[in-house]
Structure formats: structure tokens, C-alpha cells
Design a protein around this ligand. Sequence first.
Ligand SMILES: O=C(O)c1cc(=O)[nH]c(=O)n1[C@@H]1O[C@H](COP(=O)(O)O)[C@@H](O)[C@H]1O
Length: 292
Amino acid sequence: MPEQVSAAGQVSGTGRESFGSRLGAAMAARGPLCVGIDPHPALLKSWGLDDDAAGLRSFSLTVLEAVASLAAAVKPQVALFERHGSAGMAVLEELLAAARDESVLTIADAKRGDIGSTMAAYADAWLRDGSPLAADSVTLSPYLGFESLRPALDLAAETGRGVFVLALTSNPEGPSVQHVGGAESVARRIASAAAAENTRYPGALGSVGLVVGATVGSALADLGMDLAAVHGPILAPGLGAQGATPADLRATFGTAYPQVLGTSSRDILAAGPGLGGLREAALRTLDGLRGE
Ligand SMILES: O=C(O)c1cc(=O)[nH]c(=O)n1[C@@H]1O[C@H](COP(=O)(O)O)[C@@H](O)[C@H]1O
């Protein structure tokens, strides 16, 4: 595996900073909060918006305006744009560009995963310079085998972008796949593979993150997983609407907590459409994550 990133987080030959380095700086400056932009039909309705591309646009850009200065990242949920067809994807492109202008990092929650040759096309879509859908990072599903993600892992390294690989998801069905294998569980193997990838990022935080739900309780201990050793960011969904609290996050992640980016969608979004209400809800979550 080529060494592509210096200890200072610079991608060799490009003058760019790696995603992990940029995210680490954003978390240090703003705190460990990611706001999910999930334009569910029920939320559009409660905001007084139509369930169409215009409603989607107003919703998404309002959330961005409210939280761009206080969140380390925003995470648009791709399916909720996709359900509006090409007009919805155009809104997603506009949102990603607007987030770039506002200097807030983006995590495209697309959960992509496919055989390597097709994976290269997904990588191109989400991680290549100049792609209309290029984000700072993308969520990936490793259940066709971690190595099938290779095109995305390599392109992310090359372009200073990042990935978040599903390891222990927040839904109750996850353990039926992810806990299989006892001491050598599927989730543990994925965490080990991510740790190996992050050796190409000798700085503090690698660009290969994991998704581990805020709701997983004792699973990390039960499966003997040491997330601090992954040296990458941990995206932790499940706060609020799925029942987890910031205190749960601290208890669950222990020594890996400094790597954790807590993410919340519906709990914050329900406080809209006013900018003040959205900011207040985001700040409440952020204060909890900071332990204030
Ligand atoms: O990859 C994700 O973001 C994700 C992984 C996971 O294990 N659980 C999970 O809830 N998510 C996403 O995180 C968001 C959670 O939304 P709320 O439950 O409304 O905060 C949704 O967009 C989910 O698709």
C-alpha cells in the first residue's frame, strides 16, 4: 500500500490535507457533532413544506444555514433525495456545493458497496474531484467483503476525502450479521481492516472511519473491539430519535470517545423550520456531547 499522507496530514504531491486531518481539526474547533439532513416526508409536512423538490431544497438549505457554523459535519441522507428522482439529486448537488462554500464538511450517507469494478463507479460519483456529487466523505457497506471497497479507499486517499465503513449499525437487525463469528466477529474483522488502512495516515486521525451506532451498548466490550486502535473517526448515529443519549455515547466508547462524531437527524430537525429552534436543538446536543 503506498504511503500517501504525511504525518502533518498532507496528501503527497497534491498539497491537500487528508479528510481525517480536516475532520479532526473541525471536531477540535467546533465539537463532535454531525447534523443529519434527512428530509423525511413527515418532517417536510411539519415544516409546512410540500413533499417535492422545492420543499426538499428549502428544508435542506435551511438546515445548512442553521448549523453550518456549529457542526463539524453535515450528513445528507441520500435516499431521501433519491426518492424525488433527478430533481432531488439536483438539490443534493446544490446542498453539497453550498456546504463546501460554508466550509462545513459533508458525509454523503449513501451506504454504497458493490463488486470492485462497479465500486469504482460509486467511488467516482462520491469521491472524485469535479463530480457533481463529490462530498468530503461517503458511508460504505462492506458486506460484499471489505476489500471490495478498494476503489473507494484508494480514491479517497488520493483526493483527500474519507469513508465511513459500517461496522456495528444502530438497528436491531445488525447483530444477526455483524456479531457472527464470536471472538473473530464480522464487525471486529471490519474494524481490523479499517485499522490496517489507516496505517497509510500516520497522523492522529486516519481517513477511514467506522460507523458504530450510539445504541450498541455492551457490544464493543462483548466482541472485544478496541476502536481506539482503529485510529480513524467513529460516526455514531442513534442519538435522540433512536433513544441514545450523549452519556450513552461516553459509556459505550470509553477511551475511543475522542474519535467519536455523534450524529443526530430527526431529533434536531423536528425543531425547525425556524433557524433559532434548529440552532438551539443542535447546541443542546453539542453541549451534551462535550459533557457540558
Ligand atoms: O450510516 C448511517 O448514517 C447510519 C448507520 C446506522 O447504523 N444507523 C443509522 O441510523 N444511520 C443513519 O443515521 C441517521 C439517523 O437518523 P435519526 O435516527 O433521525 O437521528 C439516518 O440517516 C440513518 O440512515
